[in-house]
Every structure is written in structure tokens, then in C-alpha cells.
Design a protein around this ligand. Sequence first.
Ligand code: UD1
Length: 315
Amino acid sequence: MKFPFKKVLVTGGAGFIGSHLIEALVAEGCQVTVLDNLSSGHISNLDSVIDYISFCRGDIRDLPTIEEAARDCEAIFHLAAMVSVPQTVERPLESAAINDLGTLQIFEAARNNNVGCAVYISSSAIYGDEPQSPKHEGMNPKPLSPYAVHKLSGEYYARLYHELYKIKTTSLRLFNVFGPRQDPSSPYSGVISIFMSKAIAKSPPTIYGDGNQSRDFVYVKDVVKACLLAAKAENTAGIAVNVGTGSSLEINRLWEMICQITGVKIKPQYMSPRPGDILESVADLQRAKSLLGFEPEYSFEKGLAHTFEWYKRNR
Ligand code: UD1
């Protein structure tokens, strides 16, 4: 099925995931407006598409700016957020203003501009430390951070804006996303970006806890595919859907694989576990498969190989 929207808005489009999504939308022939305040994204992430998009530097806390960016758009992909969980723990009010109220403003701008479709990027963080595995969408959410609470409230707004105002909203609960352009520069960056840059610099990584904790690592191009499927889907309005791979990898094994691919042999340093770190996180993909027709294309090895190529070129 051809992509059904011509003019689309992507919030947070200069970020890691957003920039990959924009490349795919441009390839689909869309006119893309990007709204990003560049607080964590980088304009250089958009180098390959900058001549084909309209870039608006602005903040989702500012409703008139969103209204302007959303004018005449048929669909919105809402990715802008304060993305670091520890940051939201330190600054819960700011997180609420961005991740909660900012999200509500996106839906409100959609309503005011007659935008018919919105894809909202949520997180598997909403499951918290619920021990059941794999995590499925019917489970009770157990948010453990302001980040998770705000992502969950965004999902509730998404559902409400479908029920009250008939906007076709879909929430995607992303598991651990990795790939080119993920920024390794903060201690709270994704583990693969940190381990990659450590391996390339030939320095030991830190593993928190015993390293037996596991994660469902999904390659960014598969996340983009899920975003496009969600925008096209007819049967996901008001619904939240997991996006992962359905398999998990232990952190110790992850480091071994990164050593193999980068050709280094370095022993990790171990430190005490991070407070609130969850032991096992893996997505149940039944809903994604049945409602979106989503099937991840990238094996972990293939995704890691592409990621390594990028970090080598951009270290
Ligand atoms: C990730 C997301 C978070 C989301 C959550 C959903 C990132 C950066 N964070 O958190 O936004 O809410 O999934 O479940 O993608 N680790 C190390 N050494 C390091 C870094 C990490 O051992 O240098 C370990 C962590 O302790 C953790 C695992 O690797 O056990 C994954 O860590 P991380 O990539 O930060 O992701 P999550 O904590 O799962």
C-alpha cells in the first residue's frame, strides 16, 4: 500500500530515531515539516534530507509554534521528548511540561488543524518492573519514573483524542532502540552506543550489576517501519502497540558480540546495579504482527554491523 499522506509533521525530527523516520518519509515522497528545539537532537542528523524538508526550530511547549508547524498537515509523528529517564527523575516538572503537556498540545494542534492521523512514540518503560515476560499490551502499567508516567499519560491522551475528536491516534511502545546516530555522549545514553564507542576507543565498558540482565534491542530501521505501518493502519486507533523484536540479549553477551565485531578483547568493569534497573525486558509482538503486520527485518547481528560501520566513520 502506498503511503497515504503527502504533508506530514515530525516532532523531534533532528533526533536519532526521528532523523531515520524523515529519510523514509522523504523517500515515500512526503513533504515533511520538522519541529525540533535541538535540545538533544542535531541538525547534522538531517544532512541527507535537509534540502527536501522544512525545518522549524521550536519547542512543543509553545502551542502557537506547533499550530504553525502543523498547518495543512495530514499526519503527525510525535517523537519530541525529554528522553533521558534519570533526567526526568531529577527534573520532573520540566519533564511534565515537555512530555505530558507538550504531548497534549500536539494532539490539540492536530485537532485545531484537522490533522486526521497521529503516531505517538511511547516506551516500554510504562511496564516498569512488572516481572511477567514477555511484556504484552494487556498488562497493567507500572511506571517507575516521571518519564514512564508522562509516556503513559500521552497514551491516554492519544486514546482520548481518538474517542472524543476522531483523530486516528496510535501509540507505539518502543523497546531498546539502537542504530547509527544514537548519541553515546551521556552516561545515560543507550548501552549499545556507549559500548560501541568504548570498543572503538579500546577502553573497558562498565557493566552495571552482574550483566545477566537482558533487553529487547530493536534496530532503528525496524522502528521506522513500525511508524509507517502505524500511520497506514486502519485498526489501531486509540491503541498502544509494542515495537521490539520478541527476543532478548544479555548485557554480558552484548559486550562479547561488540568485541567480536570490533576486533577487540577487553574485559568489562563491573559496578553495582543501577537503581531501578529491570532484569528482563522483551516484547510480546502478537499485537504488532496482527494489527500492523509488523515483522522486524533486521537480525541483531545485521543491525549491529550497520551500527558499527557508522560509529567507525563518525567516531
Ligand atoms: C531504555 C531506554 C529508556 C526506556 C527503557 C524502557 C535508552 C537510553 N533508555 O532504558 O528510555 O524507558 O529502555 O524499558 O534507550 N548498562 C550497562 N552499562 C552502560 C549502560 C547501560 O551495563 O554503560 C546496562 C543498564 O544497566 C541496563 C542495560 O544496560 O541494564 C540497558 O541500559 P540502557 O541502554 O540505558 O537502557 P534501559 O535502562 O533499558
